[in-house]
Each structure stands twice: as structure tokens, then as C-alpha cells.
Design a protein around this ligand. Structure first.
Ligand SMILES: Cc1cc2nc3c(=O)[nH]c(=O)nc-3n(C[C@H](O)[C@H](O)[C@H](O)COP(=O)(O)OP(=O)(O)OC[C@H]3O[C@@H](n4cnc5c(N)ncnc54)[C@H](O)[C@@H]3O)c2cc1C
Length: 373
């Protein structure tokens, strides 16, 4: 029997409690302490999340959000380098000690997301477990339909729904896409996390004919291994089939050395990972953050830092409107996001062009020959 719909109104309604949504809530409550902020996310059972390697520049964002101590007390694993076989078959090391903050992290991703959400709630954000189904204009601003949980009105809506980008889709904003990348991941049990094995524990990237592989040990005695390729190539290969996945895995040079495949925790799981940016115009009062506005190739390990950064900027744009009736912040925000994506596109192509070992392979040809607009 469906529960009775409830109705409530808020100043800001955030759809999605990933890093972007939670950071937006924390920042809004900081700069607009009187504002009624609500965050909604789909009820989740225990599941495997991807997106765990974060580079050293995450540190100032954690400080700014006031979660640095909670972060340090959690069981995330420090990372000092990434290793990659890119452009040739040997492994090269990218040391983080060259960064201003010299420690990166391999996150317990579920714990990280929960920490940010807990902080948002502690600062006075209302939290509901609900899927947002649609959005309509209302005299107050916007009406968000969350099915059986109820309808909620809000002056401002933040789309923090990640790659689903539901509000952009509802508004029929077309994304600019660079590719149709997906990740096909298997999680394994992994028992060794000893300091002397840091090189074995570091995240490793290995290019191959079909795309590239990634593996990293993650907290909780787990290891992820993932083939990144294009969606059509994945279909042709039937990569979601376990024995096919293991076959291509066995062709790797460095990735296979790090994993004991006797202890898989999952079947191959597909994650969308295309690089894309929504460039359409949003109506006043609506803003998208994190992957919902733009998503970067996992190769960059920038997704989470970018999500936090965009959430902070978007919260400033909303605050300008809320506190001073100044709408300029929104146009500045969207211009910033588009410029960020343009700069990213150039780096993205430069990086893929550094790998020239498979000039005939569709995965590489597409990236090498693409004309960036
Ligand atoms: C294969 C892969 C590997 C990656 N590796 C890395 C990495 O190593 N390092 C890195 O920094 N980044 C990585 N990323 C990117 C990173 O995971 C994302 O950039 C980051 O999660 C974006 O945060 P977000 O808050 O925008 O979105 P998400 O973390 O996706 O959160 C969105 C939230 O919205 C909720 N939601 C969706 N629809 C609705 C709805 N209708 N109603 C209510 N709630 C909804 C979801 O349940 C979810 O909790 C990777 C991505 C992929 C696909």
C-alpha cells in the first residue's frame, strides 16, 4: 500500500547526495544559515561504487567543507603515486610528491559519501530517501515529484544526480559528448595492504588495443579491476560476460600480476563513463553540479574534486540570488563549467594521443582523429 504523499517547501532542493550534492548542502548551510535546504537520494542497499582514487588537491576542499578531521579519521588508504603503461609497455610512475599536497587517497567510497552527507545533515540539511521523478514550474518556484514520498516545492533546485543528469534530461538540455566510454569492473577480495608493497598497492593503468585497464587496492580488503572501452566495442566483445572479461584480463601485462582472480566478489558490472558537458540554458533557479553538469574521463581521477569544486561555486551563485537578488552568479557559473570542460577536452585528447601503439584500433582512432569544437 503506497504511503500518503507528504508536502513540504524548501528554499533549495538538492537531487542526489553524492559528493556534489552533499558538498552543495554543506556550503549552502554555511553561507545562508537561514535557508531551508533538503537533499534527496534513492535508498541504496549495500553496493559497489566506483570512483575511489583522489589526487592530493582534494585537501583544500576537505578543509573548506570542514570535514578534514573526519576524513583523516576514516579508513581511507593514502596513495603516493600512480603507475601507468601508456605509450609503451613499461610501467612509469607519477609521483604525488611533486604536488603541493603530496598525498592522494584511495577512498572507501561509500564511507566518503556517507561522511559528507552526515556533515550536511549535522549542519541542518533535511534529508529524505526518495527518487525524484519529475520537475514542474510552480508559483513558488519548482515542484519536485518524489512519488510516494511526496511533492516538494523549492525556489532553487540543484541537480546533483550524477551521470543520470536527470534534471538536464527533463529539461531536454543536450550534452556535448567526447566519447561513449564505459567501465566494466570486477571487484575482488584482496588481503595484502602492507606498506612495503606500496608499488603493488598503487593504482595502475595499462593501455590495450580495446581501451585501457585500471586496478587499485581499496580499503576493506578489496581490489577493483576494470576495462575502460567504448560501449559498442564492449558489446562486440561481450565484455560483461565473466569468462570473456577474464580472457581480456589475462592478456594484460601488469594488471593481471596484481590480482588473485580466485576470489571475485562480483560479476562484471558496467558503469557509464563518457566525457560530456551539458551546455544548454537552464531556467532561473536551476543549477546542475558534479557529474550532472559535466563528467570527466576516469583517467583524470578528477571526478570527485571537480564535483566538490562545482558544488561550492554553484552554492555561491545561489547565495548571490538568495541574499542579493543577483542572477549574474548563474551565468558566471555556467560559463566557468563550459570553459573548464573546453580546457579538459584539450588535455584529454593530448593524453590519448600519447598512446600510438594501436593506430588501426577504433578506440584509439576515434580519440586521435576527433576534431574538438
Ligand atoms: C568507472 C568510473 C571510475 C571512476 N573513477 C574515479 C576516480 O578514480 N576518481 C575520481 O575522482 N572520480 C572517478 N570517477 C568519477 C566519480 O565517480 C564522479 O565524478 C563522482 O561520483 C561525481 O559525484 P556526483 O556527486 O556528481 O555524482 P554521484 O556520485 O554519481 O552521485 C549522484 C547521486 O544522485 C543520486 N540520484 C540519481 N538519480 C536520482 C534521482 N532521480 N533522485 C534522487 N537521487 C538520485 C544517486 O543515487 C547518487 O547517490 C569514476 C567514474 C566512473 C564511471
Amino acid at each position: 500500500m503506497p504511503s500518503k504523499p507528504t508536502n513540504a517547501s524548501f528554499d533549495v532542493f538538492i537531487i542526489g547526495a553524492g559528493p556534489a550534492g552533499a558538498a552543495a548542502a554543506i556550503s549552502l548551510r554555511e553561507i545562508m544559515p537561514d535557508a531551508r535546504v533538503c537533499i534527496a537520494d534513492i535508498e541504496k542497499s549495500a553496493h559497489f561504487r566506483v570512483g575511489e582514487s583522489v589526487p592530493p588537491p582534494i585537501k583544500p576542499f576537505l578543509d573548506h567543507l570542514g570535514v578534514a578531521t573526519a576524513f583523516e579519521n576514516a579508513a581511507h588508504s593514502p596513495a603516493f603515486r600512480t603507475l601507468s603503461a601508456w605509450g609503451n609497455s613499461g610501467l612509469e610512475s607519477n609521483e604525488f610528491f611533486l604536488h603541493a599536497y603530496n598525498t592522494g587517497w584511495r577512498l572507501d567510497r561509500a564511507n566518503f559519501d556517507a561522511m559528507l552527507k552526515t556533515e550536511a545533515i549535522r549542519r541542518g540539511t533535511a534529508s529524505i530517501s526518495a527518487r525524484a521523478f519529475s520537475l514542474a514550474e510552480s508559483p513558488y518556484g519548482w515542484l519536485i515529484d518524489c512519488g510516494n514520498t511526496g511533492k516538494f516545492s523549492a525556489r532553487y533546485v540543484i541537480d546533483a544526480s550524477g551521470h543520470a543528469a536527470i534534471v538536464s534530461r527533463w529539461l531536454k538540455c543536450a550534452p556535448r559528448k567526447l566519447d561513449r566510454l564505459i567501465g566494466c569492473a570486477v571487484f575482488f577480495e584482496h588481503q595484502t595492504q602492507q606498506p612495503e608493497l606500496f608499488d603493488k598497492e598503487a593504482a595502475v593503468i595499462e593501455a590495450c588495443h580495446q581501451g585501457w585497464w585500471y586496478t587499485a587496492a581499496i580499503p576493506g580488503h578489496r581490489r577493483i579491476a576494470m576495462l575502460m572501452t567504448d560501449v559498442d566495442i564492449a558489446r562486440q566483445l561481450s565484455i560483461a560476460n565473466r569468462s570473456t572479461w577474464l580472457h581480456y584480463f589475462s592478456l594484460t601485462k601488469h594488471i593481471k600480476q596484481r590480482i588473485d582472480t580466485r576470489f571475485p566478489l562480483t560479476q562484471p558490472i558496467i558503469f557509464p563513463a563518457s566525457s560530456r558537458c551539458f551546455t544548454g540554458t537552464y531556467p532561473p533557479g536551476i543549477v546542475a553540479v558534479g557529474d550532472a553538469i559535466s563528467s570527466f574521463d576516469p583517467l583524470s581521477s578528477q571526478g570527485i574534486v571537480k564535483a566538490l569544486r562545482s558544488a561550492l561555486y554553484a552554492s555561491y551563485a545561489i547565495a548571490d540570488y538568495y541574499l542579493r537578488n543577483d542572477t549574474m552568479g548563474f551565468s558566471k557559473y555556467f560559463t566557468l563549467m563550459r570553459n573548464e570542460f573546453d580546457n579538459y577536452s584539450v588535455t584529454w585528447q593530448d593524453y590519448y594521443r600519447r598512446e600510438q601503439r594501436w593506430p588501426e584500433a577504433p578506440f584509439w582512432q576515434r580519440r586521435h582523429r576527433m576534431k574538438l569544437t
